[in-house]
Ligand binder design. Structure first.
Ligand code: G1P
Length: 303
């Protein structure tokens, strides 16, 4: 049992969060046949791949280095974040400067991306551990690409602000209906209503009726580098996988964990309905698309 009260004082104002890890090795079986030859992270929400939306969130929060933990058949993700000389040249020759500028604005700078491979599907904890050499000895952000956080401010930006104020480790949370708590990591906190609150317990996919609260882990984390040594010796947990939550529980014995509550909408793009809803929600932000789409949806719903 983890004693959360033992955590030492956080080193407030500790080193800035410069690096973000994106575990993108998952097979995407829930989306077959779409994901037979294409990574699930490249499915588009409106006209941007899911992974691009998540990288956008990290960039907006000031992240400078993007670490992708990939796997077999994921090479196209690396291509997506590279420049495309022929395409850029053609757009320029055809005077399509708006399209060209948009492509170049999305491009990470030289040396700002790293790619490493998770060679076996041993779970989220193992995927994060695969990034240890690239992250090194500094706190880092972790973003699960399936989960799109759609709100007025980027979720990670709020967390980085909380990290600046409190130091330690941070997890984004949001309420879920009580009958869904068994599908997620769940945290107990000192103050359920507060934007930032100290975490007092944590459990991965609690059996129905045993969750300490209805606040689920939404897939955004700021973690101290001490997590890597714990992941290295972490035994397989739920589902026979190396679970990140188990290693976080170990870290919480000596280091503080905080929850940052996210009040926007969260779309699980690993599920078909979540993915479709994300497409509608993000399209409604677009003045070039929203009016026409709204009419189309109304017609579909009325028929
Ligand atoms: C993972 C985490 C879980 C979290 C969830 C969010 O679970 O282990 O704590 O709530 O992501 O999507 P997974 O979806 O990999 O089963």
């Amino acid at each position: 049992m983890t004693d959360f009260t033992n955590a030492k004082n956080p080193d407030v104002g500790s080193r800035p969060i410069r690096k973000a890890v994106f575990p993108v090795a998952g097979l995407g079986t829930r989306f077959l046949p779409a994901t037979k030859a294409m990574p699930k992270e490249m499915l588009t929400v409106v006209d941007r791949p899911v992974i691009q939306h998540v990288v956008d969130e990290a960039r907006a929060a000031g992240i400078e280095h993007f670490v992708f933990v990939t796997g077999r058949n994921k090479g196209v993700i690396e291509d997506h974040f590279d420049s495309q000389f022929e395409l850029e040249h053609t757009l320029k020759n055809r005077g399509k400067m708006k399209e060209l500028d948009a492509l170049l604005a999305d491009l990470p700078g030289p040396g700002q991306t790293s790619f490493t491979r998770q060679q076996a599907p041993l779970g989220l904890g193992h995927a994060v551990w695969c990034a240890r050499e690239i992250v090194g000895d500094e706190p880092f952000a972790l973003l699960l690409p399936d989960m799109l956080h759609h709100g007025p401010t980027p979720c990670l930006a709020d967390m980085i602000e909380a990290h600046r104020a409190h130091g330690g480790n941070h997890i984004a949370v949001a309420p879920v209906p009580d009958d869904q708590t068994h599908q997620y990591g769940i945290v107990g906190v000192e103050d359920v209503k507060a934007k930032v609150s100290r975490i007092t317990s944590m459990v991965e996919k609690p059996p129905k009726g045993t969750a300490p609260s209805n606040l689920h882990i939404t897939g955004r984390y700021i973690l101290e580098p001490g997590i890597f040594a714990l992941l290295e010796k972490q035994e397989r947990g739920a589902g026979g996988e190396i679970q990140l939550t188990d290693a976080m529980l170990e870290l919480a014995k000596s280091r503080p964990f905080f929850a940052t509550r996210f009040d926007g909408a969260i779309y699980d793009c690993g599920s078909k309905t979540g993915f479709l809803a994300a497409n509608v929600a993000y399209a409604m932000d677009r003045p070039d698309i929203a009016p026409i789409l709204r009419e189309d949806i109304q017609k579909i719903l009325a028929s």
